[in-house]
Ligand binder design. Sequence first.
Ligand SMILES: Cc1ncc(COP(=O)(O)O)c(C=O)c1O
Length: 273
Amino acid sequence: MRNADLVARDLKSVWHPCTQMKDHESLPLIPIKRGKGVWLEDFEGNRYIDAVSSWWVNIFGHANPRINAAIQHQIGELEHVILAGFSHEPVVNLSERLIEVTPPGLNKCFYADNGSSAIEAALKMSYHYWKNQGKPAKKNFVNLSNSYHGETLGALALGDVSLYKDTYEPLLMKVMTAPSPDAFNKEPGETDEAYALRQFEAMEQLLAEKHDEICAVVVEPLIQCAGGMRMHHPVYHTRLREACDRYNVHLIADEIAVGFGRTGTLFACEQAG
Ligand SMILES: Cc1ncc(COP(=O)(O)O)c(C=O)c1O
């Protein structure tokens, strides 16, 4: 097969995610035959560095021998079983390991099949918790400006990137938005830390005024990735943790893009102390 053959077949049959397909009239698709480590290779032997880690999910490299061997072993033993009402050793092993490595207080694992559905589950859990506590008025979520949390309707509502959101606005739940601590917007001469603290004042005020109506604040710790790889100082999260405790509001750290060692600590929120 030649690159051009696959591209022609692809354009007849596939809609690509987060893509305006018309763009591919001028911007060629990159057909990939195989991957190894950081490298991807097309059908004619051209190699590419997968610098975006295939949408930041491929943190251990393509065709990782240890991961492949574990998948091959498991698939011969038990490829799938319903998790409602049943259990199996891999899910218990994984949960125990995750509880060991995640920050203290995170003592149970719930599995979703992608980032967006993990966000949906977190929103539902938070609302459900407050309802069980006799506080059904707590039914709003707070996000940060320029945030991104996924494409399903709840996750999309929680994001603030108009490119993804505007078309679907009439379908989306309303959320409360606090200004991002994004250091890109600081004043000349202002430190990242001072800017994060200054931006936190609006969050503090929102929580002070509306905490009785708020289930949770949802943030992407340290980097708003889909929002343009915008970074901010960790002190924002130190203050936010303390304020969420004070106002009885859940804090949901969306580490879908930054977790598992991608910012220098295993989880980005660890840098808030
Ligand atoms: C911070 C963040 N949250 C949620 C998501 C959604 O994850 P998924 O694409 O697996 O649904 C993404 C995806 O890029 C993300 O960067």
